[in-house]
Design a protein around this ligand. Structure first.
Ligand SMILES: Nc1nc2c(c(=O)[nH]1)N=C([C@H](O)[C@@H](O)CO)CN2
Length: 117
C-alpha cells in the first residue's frame, strides 16, 4: 500500500480538560499516513493525481484553529473524519501528540487508524 506522509506537523489549538487550558493555545504534533496509489501521479508527474500534502497540512492547521476540544481523542477522531471526507482518503493513520502535557514524558497522545486499506 502506498502512502503520502506528513510527519511532525506542528499546530496550535485550544485543547485540554482543565480550566486553565481553555484560555491558551497549546501545541500538538501530528503524524499522518494517508493511503493512496501514487502510480498515476508518478506516471504523469501530476500533483492533481495524488494527495497534496501541502494542501492537507494547511487544512489541518485551519481545523486546529477552528476547534477547541477538551480531549486529544476528539481532535483526532474529528480531524480524521474531516480529512477522509474532504480529500477522499480511503484509509489513514493519525497520531496526535501533546508535548509537555505530562511531566517526565516527552509527549502523550493517541494514534488511530480509520478506513479500509
Ligand atoms: N486520554 C487522555 N487523557 C488526558 C487528556 C486527553 O486529552 N486524553 N487530557 C488531559 C489534560 O488536558 C492534560 O493534557 C493537561 O496537561 C489529561 N488526560
Amino acid at each position: 500500500m502506498d502512502c503520502v506522509l506528513i510527519e511532525a506537523l506542528e499546530v496550535d489549538t485550544v485543547i485540554g480538560v482543565y480550566d486553565w487550558e481553555r484560555d491558551i493555545l497549546q501545541r500538538l504534533v501530528l503524524d499522518l499516513e494517508l493511503a493512496t496509489d501514487i502510480r498515476p501521479a508518478a506516471a504523469d508527474d501530476d500533483i492533481a493525481k495524488t494527495l497534496d500534502y501541502a494542501a492537507i497540512s494547511e487544512r489541518i492547521a485551519a481545523f486546529a484553529s477552528e476547534h477547541d476540544f477538551a480531549l486529544v481523542e476528539t481532535f483526532a477522531e474529528r480531524l480524521a473524519a474531516t480529512l477522509r471526507e474532504e480529500f477522499a482518503i480511503a484509509w489513514l493513520t493519525l497520531a496526535v501528540r501533546k508535548p509537555g502535557a505530562v511531566a517526565n514524558a516527552s509527549a502523550v497522545g493517541v494514534r488511530i487508524t480509520r478506513g479500509e486499506s
